[in-house]
Write a protein that binds this ligand. Structure first.
Ligand code: HEC
Ligand code: HEC
Length: 327
């Protein structure tokens, strides 16, 4: 379905909606990114009330076994819905097995998780709810808890004409996640004709990023700076976490991870699936060294010479991809 149509609809509904719930209204800012359309499932059309319910649920610790973590504990708004530790804390003293990715623009992704094994946001909700290192509650138990709280009984009835069920819970959260859309970075302003939006350093960094020499665009291409593929970018000779291989058991998939979007990358540290790099400079060092040897390493990871000045320029460009709300 056409995403732009939704933007218009959204503005129309926002204009006359007085019944504000206690959610951060700016989370509902719904914007489009040039050239991209969001595929919204026919059985989960967007409405303001549904997004508000989803936002409440996103920050609701009742959805974890010991009521200590919500989705928002690992996906913090101020870090572009990621966080700043390598492995975020889940229930008790458990930790997630991978680094929390940003959820900005997640509604545009054709597949989710580092293996790309989950196809929809609705289905993805089940993963953290069930995962014993994350929320460890399960979707049925989560619904039971919500249905025992009058506030949620009422809210679900108003939005769905139904109680909290696996269907209504997962769809509410997914509808909210689709509203987490970026597109307000300095780079976006530059693209739409404001040539002063990028410093000359950032502009030089942009040329470097898109150059044949650095080859970043082989994988980080398009409006979200990802081609959505699973690739091996040469982090290790032997991976502790083999990425896509865990799903396919095909040796050709060892060490392959979803190419992440680089939008808001200055806020999504630490980097890579295991958060091994704290700073963008370390990421650049990795790519300029050509990484470790691995049979599945992509040919574009071949190393390059880069001066300190160019490093700074590349970092300035990557920093220009931060949306206004996370600056
Ligand atoms: C304990 C930390 C933690 C909690 C709690 C958590 N997540 Fe995540 N989330 C992660 C990690 C880590 C990943 C990456 C998993 C992977 O790739 O295997 C992830 C991945 C995702 C993705 C996929 C993003 C992508 O780019 O593929 C979505 C969507 C998501 N989480 C939404 C949620 C929602 C909704 C909730 C609440 C129901 C939630 N998360 C709760 C840590 C967490
Ligand atoms: C062969 C494909 C490929 C090329 C070429 C490539 N990358 Fe990546 N990039 C990846 C993959 C795959 C990951 C995720 C790896 C992981 O999760 O462990 C990644 C991760 C990153 C990250 C971390 C993002 C995050 O949020 O964790 C940054 C930053 C990055 N790349 C920048 C660059 C830059 C700059 C270049 C050019 C010098 C480049 N990449 C070239 C595939 C590539």
């Amino acid at each position: 379905m056409k995403y732009l149509l939704y933007s218009v609809l959204f503005i129309a509904i926002m204009g006359c909606d007085e019944a504000a719930e206690e959610v951060n209204e700016d989370l509902l800012a719904y914007r489009s990114i040039a050239g991209l359309e969001m595929d919204i499932p026919a059985n989960n059309p967007t409405s303001i009330q549904k997004m508000r319910l989803g936002a409440r649920l996103f920050f609701e610790p009742l959805l974890s076994r010991d009521s200590s973590v919500s989705c928002g504990s690992c996906h913090l708004k101020k870090y572009a819905f990621s966080d700043t530790v390598a492995f975020s804390g889940g229930v008790g003293d458990k930790h997630a097995a991978r680094n929390s990715p940003s959820l900005v623009n997640v509604g545009y992704l054709p597949h989710l998780m580092a293996e790309g094994g989950v196809k929809t946001l609705e289905l993805q909700v089940i993963a953290p709810l069930e995962n014993e290192d994350e929320m460890d509650l399960g979707v049925l138990e989560a619904c039971k808890r919500l249905n025992s709280v009058p506030y949620y009984q009422d809210f679900f009835q108003r939005v769905w004409g139904d109680s909290a069920t696996p269907f209504t819970l997962t769809r509410s959260l997914a509808a909210f996640e689709r509203t987490i859309v970026g597109g307000s970075s300095d780079y976006d302003r530059f693209l739409t004709g404001d040539s002063a939006a990028l410093s000359s350093n950032a502009r030089k960094g942009m040329d470097l990023f898109f150059s044949e020499r650095l080859s970043c665009k082989t994988c980080h291409d398009g409006p979200l700076f990802t081609n959505f593929e699973m690739q091996n970018n040469g982090l290790d000779e032997e991976y502790a976490d083999n990425g896509l291989f865990r799903l396919s058991l095909d040796a050709k998939d060892k060490g392959k991870f979803k190419v992440p979007s680089l939008r808001n990358v200055s806020k999504t540290y630490p980097y890579m699936h295991d958060g091994r790099f704290r700073h963008l400079e370390e990421v650049i060092d990795h790519y300029s060294s050509g990484g470790q040897s691995h049979p599945n390493k992509h040919a574009a990871i071949r190393g390059f010479k880069i001066s300190q000045e160019e490093r700074n320029q590349l970092v300035a460009f990557l920093e220009s991809l931060t949306d206004q709300e996370y600056q």
